[in-house]
Write a protein that binds this ligand. Structure first.
Ligand code: ADP
Ligand code: MG
Length: 695
């Protein structure tokens, strides 16, 4: 006799799952019945609104109820693509349907039967067709008791959505045994549906209303756990002790008065927050976000110099040597009046200074000075956190252009400091992200935004370049370079593959250096070069020994080259607006008028419209918000495997849900910091921490 199946039982307990199907389901990540129930659809096609064939227009999402007249497989001649073509018919006319690379469909569709097809209409060479629709047999629908909302799952060959629905239906009754891990008050307060109902409705919604509530409940589960985890981390962080850096208002005022400009309002607000954070024994943990060129460095400089003035050490870490050197040079200009001991420490550069001049020093000697506390501000790369570098009393760490500074790295710094206090921590990022995402990705940090740019910045002229204007653009670039300016060329993203991107960059480099600009000096930068090679090429570009720098999009070109006035981007339509904006920020840093040229081969109106936003807007936060709306959160999350369900990923646009989950998490941690009164939740969060993350 076999035991009754449990949620943790293997899927082979279900009817119809043999060895072969079991393996196919494994490939989808489904091993247990619980996995199966939590395998959510990624889309629900609404079959309720049917359009007669004669009323179809191009580029519309439609449902057509029609009879299959003919179906046939073929191969496209030049792309080796399998094409399935069908003709269907209703009372008002005939319609062609095309599917790509799904030749097996021919076995699931029967000529003479009626189906519902749901998909998008397209037009090619003047004739309208339906592209890759999902479909439901009308007979099958009656047997399944399906409503008009048909869930669509990611499947693989050998598993159809219908099979999945059949298995899930068998497993669903087991959810009766699932216990709620959310506290009852939260379920009540937020009017969440029960977990049982949510799981049933996500797979078999009766109507749109039920579906919305199911999605909300299931996304809330994950968002709440995420926020709870942040609150726990934050509470731990706040128990640590930091060195207080007392605010010295006259010092800061004096510092700012000597600058050749006045801070923008946003800079002032951010700086004030930071100065206050530092004046506390709880370590600061803050993210300073602002567009490229918005002036984050000066804000961090005031913080670092304040620490130094209080006889404590501060460190500023940059991702590359060139950036570290640029920061050091900027700090030197501030040090003209302040006269505090600074140093630059990278793999190959070691300098000290007590005014605006720098002197070379041997690395060992510098490390010794740092250890003794003779150097107050240390600027550098990751070299700063090597084992042999020890601090006397590090009180502040600033990390530039890096999203996360690992917990281990922080721990290391604490360990390497004679005093066992935690340094205050400031992270700076030039990637503006929408608020919903900031709360999701950086939920444990405090955030300061610099939204306005310093006054008097010249606008970068942005232009979309269609294929017929390509030569004109090349002529323009050449003129600029003959005037002494420089240009970046960014090569397109290719299927997220670094190998392919490198190849395309190499080809672009060949083309430009041999055919288009044979007399100009051109450099090539891609992710497969060694770090040292990258730095060498960047150095040449900074010194104007290279006029045009061809680069893949994966390479960090976050360097200040004021003489570069042209940012040319190939395949612009493949990038998000935010990323394009980032590239654009690499120019416009000097006195000359700068240009951003968006090359695109795609004439699609939607692409054009999207790129138009970039022509018009120079506000990174606005563009990021647009991206989130048009392209979803993928651009910001990158290819991070977060472990979150597609429902939650989709809900990252929902500020309300994120805010609510955060507030509930805060409330709970305040009332029950150790979660001792919520044992189920405590257990759940332990599992969650292992499986899911946004870092
Ligand atoms: P980012 O935020 O990209 O790091 P930076 O800190 O490098 O920007 O600032 C870019 C330039 O703008 C620097 O040369 C800096 O001196 C200058 N700058 C910063 N703040 C202001 C301001 N309020 N007014 C004018 N120029 C400023
Ligand atoms: Mg910067």
């Amino acid at each position: 006799m076999t035991t009754k199946p449990q949620l943790t039982s293997s899927i082979n307990k279900l009817k119809g799952i043999g060895f072969k199907t079991q393996n196919l389901l494994y490939n989808l990540g489904i091993e247990t019945l619980e996995d199966l129930i939590y395998y959510f659809p990624f889309r629900w096609d609404d079959f309720s609104l049917k359009t007669p064939i004669s009323k179809l227009k191009p580029d519309e999402k439609v449902t057509v109820k029609a009879k299959l007249i003919a179906i046939n497989n073929s191969r496209s001649f030049y792309r080796k693509l399998a094409i399935t073509e069908a003709i269907v018919k209703d009372e008002t006319g005939n319609l062609k349907i095309i599917w790509y690379n799904q030749p097996f469909l021919i076995n699931s569709l029967k000529v003479g039967q009626k189906y519902l097809f749901n998909g998008k209409t397209k037009i090619s060479k003047g004739s309208l067709f339906l592209q890759s629709p999902s479909f439901e047999s009308l007979n099958q629908k009656k047997i399944d008791n399906q409503t008009d909302l048909i869930p669509i799952y990611n499947v693989t060959k050998g598993i159809t959505p219908k099979m999945l629905r059949y298995y899930i239906k068998q497993a669903l009754p087991l959810t009766k045994k699932l216990c709620e891990f959310l506290p009852e008050e939260i379920i009540q307060n937020q009017r969440l549906v029960s977990i049982q109902k949510a799981l049933k409705d996500i797979h078999f919604p009766k109507n749109k209303y039920d579906l919305i509530h199911a999605k909300r409940r299931l996304s809330f589960n994950e968002l709440f756990l995420l926020q709870l985890n942040y609150q726990i981390k934050k509470a731990k962080w706040q128990k640590l002790k930091a060195k207080k850096i007392q605010k010295k208002i006259p010092f800061v005022k004096n510092f700012l008065q000597k600058l050749p400009f006045t801070l923008t309002n946003d800079q002032k607000i951010a700086l004030w927050k930071i100065v206050q954070d530092l004046d506390s024994e709880t370590p600061m943990n803050r993210l300073l976000e602002g567009d490229v060129g918005s002036g984050k460095t000066i804000v961090s400089a005031v913080a670092c110099f304040s620490a130094a003035k209080s006889k404590k050490q501060a460190a500023l870490m940059a991702p590359t040597e060139i950036l570290a050197k640029q920061h050091f040079d900027e700090f030197l200009t501030y040090n003209k009046y302040l006269k505090l001991p600074l140093a630059l420490l990278t793999n190959s550069l070691t300098y000290i200074s007590t005014n605006s001049q720098k002197n070379k020093i041997k690395k060992e000697a510098l490390i010794e000075k740092i250890k003794k506390g003779k150097i107050k501000i240390i600027i550098g790369t990751h070299s700063i956190i090597q084992k042999k570098v020890q601090f006397k009393n590090i009180s502040l760490i600033v990390v530039d252009e890096q999203h996360r500074f690992g917990v281990e790295q922080r721990a290391h710094l604490i360990k390497n400091s004679k005093s066992k206090t935690t340094p205050h921590f400031l992270s700076m990022s030039a990637t503006p992200i929408p608020r919903t995402l900031a709360l999701t990705i950086y939920g444990d940090l405090d955030i300061s935004l610099i939204k306005e740019m310093p006054k008097g910045r010249k606008k970068i002229i942005t232009k979309i370049v269609p294929p017929q204007k390509r030569n004109q653009a090349y002529t323009f670039i050449k003129e600029q370079i003959l005037k002494g300016r420089q240009a970046f060329v960014i090569c397109p993203l290719i299927e997220e593959s670094e190998v392919l991107q490198t190849k395309s960059a190499q080809e672009e480099y060949q083309k430009l250096s041999q055919e288009i600009f044979p007399n100009l000096k051109i450099g090539l930068l891609h992710g497969r070069l060694k770090n040292q090679e990258k730095e060498q090429i960047m150095k040449k570009f900074v010194k104007n020994k290279i006029s045009i720098l061809v680069s893949t999009s994966v390479v960090e070109v976050g360097v200040n080259v004021p003489n570069a006035t042209i940012m040319m981007i190939e395949g612009a339509e493949r990038f998000g607006l935010s990323q394009l904006h980032q590239f654009r920020g690499r120019v416009g840093r000097g006195d000359h008028q700068s240009f951003c040229l968006l090359f695109t081969e795609s004439p699609a109106p939607k692409t054009w419209q999207r790129l138009k936003y970039l022509e018009e807007s120079k506000n990174g936060f606005e563009l990021a918000q647009k991206d989130l709306k048009l392209r979803g959160p993928g651009d910001f999350l990158g290819d991070r495997q977060s472990g979150f369900s597609n429902l939650t990923i989709a809900s990252l646009k929902d500020l309300d849900l994120i805010r609510i989950s955060r507030e509930e998490a805060k409330k709970l941690i305040k009332a029950d910091p150790g979660l001792d009164n919520h044992p189920k939740l405590k257990k759940k969060i332990e599992i969650f921490k292992k499986e899911v993350h946004f870092e």
